[in-house]
Design a protein around this ligand. Structure first.
Ligand code: MOS
Length: 748
């Protein structure tokens, strides 16, 4: 279905170019204002006091001691917190979660906000919070996947059915020549964006102005409107820059809403910034999983059955279930397939989507199991994947762009030198005696399309503007979306006024699901087409124009000028058309979208293959990733420099998933024991080896008008499994509990 075209298609002058970030200079010179950099006149500082227990009630707070502190203005507790128009446990809008907003004294998880101290300075607010010295009624805590009653969640992820099946898995396993059954565990991970959640809130009567990092400004407006009983249009959210989000800034959370409530209580602007350790609780996390994989294969190495069962966890009070078994729907072909879930309820904050939710955790288990199955069949793991990758989406039966996946396997294997890999483990050593191994993992992520709107304008003074309430989380939306806008309008990118990051602009939807470029991009593309069509109408109907009679389809927009398609020398500047028509400006509107008929016919995914080389010290078990090569196909590449950065970021998270990230929970108290960057490990430069991302050419004419697929999350998938498989290849030891640390390797 997909024919290969050059990746760096010159669609216009901007798309396909490796432009540097338009906001880069502002960022490196400290002029990019993040939420917490705002200091409106009269602003106070708010600091949360959070619970040190995970389940029970707050029975006392020494509010008097805190209020006696010079500098403390007010202490917000359940006794004086503003009443809300809607109870925060109502999940009224989509993607909303229950929030703890000081409406009662109960505690549902550690680090839950239990009071807010508001003071003239950050220091006074911090000291005031320490003076509260809470006492609690403590109830029994449930932590961990064991010792709690599992139940079947009705829906998983963002509303997919929890169980699916095709064919007869038990018969497929019984008929198999070789079979494996293995259980893999993944750890709870907490979103640790460089920028913690922060808010600067100002009330002007019934109007609310909010500086806060957001991946979904219009959803934040909707949630706040419901809680405060005001119209969404009365809420102005400004979010020009985010220091990362990873899904945790997709919805607005309790700490930000508490900042808004504090501002209402004291009738002054209030700033509230979360401390790093406070982020391990009220702003989401990736739930732990235990996944059981059973696979069967015939004598020829073709899979006969796949069974993928996930046990995961949600909070005691709300629903989100990590959809790990979903990867079995998208990777390998098998005549029999079943996926299922169970979950337990824990005394933690509610888990939510975290970068590649389900795909990351699920692919770790699936890619490990596929390697174990290949080994059982006596086959090379790449050869086994080439034999078994799905041409059609296993459950839906819709065809994939599987040629792109084949290209990814081939390009990555060649680059990493896969052909030199001995099949048996523990065969390779480097010059210093370290055990060396090579592993592979398949990467996949759906090409989603969400809702967004955009506005485009051309002016008689020669100006051009595009506006959309889109979000730059650091991924480069300021740049990539501007490239789409510039080409859509046929103007030089440096002459384009491009506005995002503000809720007063047309609704840019959500920066999530790796779908922001496709979603906001197609809205921009269609708004630009709309304004150009209107301009062409003006010109082609005007006898004084060289374009008279050319018809809409007969003109092209390029270089700030409309010209006849059959003779580009005949044309005129946009500004001249508008001036002659006596119009100061002309505007167009557009929406995101893709062809529903195409989505009905085809499975739409980005694909990739990741190859890892690891070195393991045979005596100490110390593991280093020495090389990572990823090859990815994700349709049209808007900006190869930014896309490569996205792949690198995802692959580095894959290292993190495989070797580092792990929240240690104390089963007695229910508290996270490592809520800081000293003990919650993420890779630093020294952990990241030579890393390469190959941009594999793919032209997908069905996915959307721009041919764009997402690149944000796919890099994690495949990578963590490839590293685990490389560790097995280096050592002969299969560790099924992630992250893989040296104690597990030596104990194995
Ligand atoms: Mo993401 S987890 O779609 O920000």
């Amino acid at each position: 279905m997909a024919e290969v075209a050059p990746v760096h298609i010159r669609h216009g002058s901007s798309i396909g170019q490796p432009l540097t970030r338009r906001d880069g200079l502002l960022k490196v010179t400290g002029r990019a204002l993040y939420a917490a950099d705002n200091h409106p006149e009269g602003m106070l500082h708010a600091v949360m006091a959070v619970s040190s227990i995970a389940h029970g009630r707050v029975v006392a707070l020494d509010v008097a001691a805190a209020k006696a502190h010079p500098g403390v203005v007010e202490v917000m507790t359940p006794s004086n917190a503003p009443k809300l128009a809607r109870h925060p446990d109502e999940n009224a809008e989509p993607f909303t979660f229950k929030l703890d907003l000081l409406q009662d004294d109960r505690v549902r998880y550690a680090n839950q906000p239990i009071a807010v101290v508001i003071a003239e300075t950050l220091e006074a607010a911090t000291e005031g919070a320490l003076l509260l010295r809470p006492s609690y009624d403590v109830e029994r805590v449930h932590i961990g996947l064991d010792g709690n009653k599992p139940f079947k969640p009705p829906l998983v992820g963002v509303g997919e059915p929890s169980d699916a099946r095709k064919g007869d898995v038990e018969a497929g396993l019984a008929a198999a020549e070789k079979r494996i059954a293995a259980t893999y565990e993944t750890a709870a991970q907490y979103h640790n964006a460089m920028e913690p959640h922060a808010v600067v809130a100002q009330w002007q009567g019934d109007r609310l102005i909010l500086d806060t990092p957001s991946q979904g400004m219009s959803m934040a407006q909707g949630r706040l409107a419901g809680l405060f009983g005001i119209a969404p249009g009365n809420i102005h959210v400004r979010s020009p820059f985010l220091g990362g989000g990873f899904g945790s800034k997709g919805t607005i959370w309790a700490p930000q809403v508490l900042g808004v409530m504090a501002a209402r209580l004291v009738e002054r602007p209030v700033k509230l910034v979360m401390r790093r350790e406070q982020m391990f609780g009220p702003v989401g996390h990736r739930a732990p999983t235990r996944q059981r994989l059973r696979l069967g294969a015939g004598a020829d190495g073709a899979l006969t059955a796949i069974d993928h069962h996930t046990l995961t966890a949600s909070s005691s009070f709300d629903d989100f279930f990590e959809p790990s078994s979903g990867v079995a729907h998208t990777l390998y072909a098998s005549p029999a397939l079943s996926t299922s879930y169970k979950a337990v309820r824990l005394d933690t904050g509610t888990p939510i989507f975290m970068r590649a939710p389900g795909e990351a955790s699920g692919s770790v288990a699936m890619e490990s199991a596929i390697d174990e199955m290949a080994d059982a069949c006596g086959m090379d793991p790449l050869e086994f994947r080439l034999k078994n990758y799905a041409d059609v989406e296993p459950i839906s039966g819709k065809p994939f762009s599987s040629k792109a996946l084949r290209d990814c396997y081939a390009r990555g294997a060649e680059r990493v030198g896969w052909s030199r890999r001995p099949r048996a483990p523990r065969q390779m050593r480097d010059e210093s005696g370290l055990l060396t191994g090579l592993g592979v993992g398949t990467a996949t992520f759906p090409a989603l399309m969400l809702q967004a709107e955009a506005r485009a304008e051309l002016r008689a003074d020669g100006g051009a503007a595009v506006e959309i309430g889109a979000h730059d989380m650091g991924q480069g939306a300021w740049t990539a979306l501007a490239q789409i806008a510039a080409d859509g309008l046929g103007v030089d990118i440096d002459q384009l006024e491009f506005r995002i990051g503000d809720s007063d602009l047309p609704n840019g939807g959500i920066a999530g699901g790796s779908a922001h470029t496709a979603t906001a991009g197609t809205a921009i593309h269609s708004a630009s087409a709309d304004v150009i069509a209107k301009l062409a109408q003006l010109a082609t109907k005007d006898r004084r124009s060289p374009l008279f009679g050319a018809g809409n389809s007969g003109v092209i927009a390029r270089g700030g000028r409309l010209a006849r398609r059959d003779d580009e020398s005949r044309g005129e500047r946009y500004a001249d058309i508008l001036t002659r028509a006596g119009q100061a400006a002309i505007e167009g509107h557009g929406q995101s979208g893709s062809d529903p008929a195409a989505r009905e016919r085809f499975a739409m995914h980005a694909h990739g293959a990741v190859f890892a080389e690891v070195k393991v010290d045979p005596a100490l078990g110390q593991i280093r990733v020495s090389r990572l090569v990823g090859a990815f196909a994700a349709g049209r590449i808007i900006n190869p420099r930014l896309v490569q950065s996205q792949y690198f970021g995802g692959m580095i998270w894959g290292i993190s998933f495989a070797l580092h990230e792990h929240t240690v929970m104390d089963p007695k108290s229910g508290r996270p024991m490592n809520p800081n960057f000293a003990e919650y490990h993420v890779p630093v430069n020294a952990d990241v080896p030579s890393i390469e991302a190959i941009l594999v050419e793919e032209h997908d004419p069905y996915v959307n008008a721009l041919g764009v697929k997402g690149v944000g999350e796919i890099g994690i998938t495949g990578t963590a499994g490839a590293i685990g498989n490389a560790i097995w290849h280096a050592t002969g030891v299969r560790v099924r509990e992630f992250p893989i640390t040296l104690d597990k390797l030596l104990g194995g």
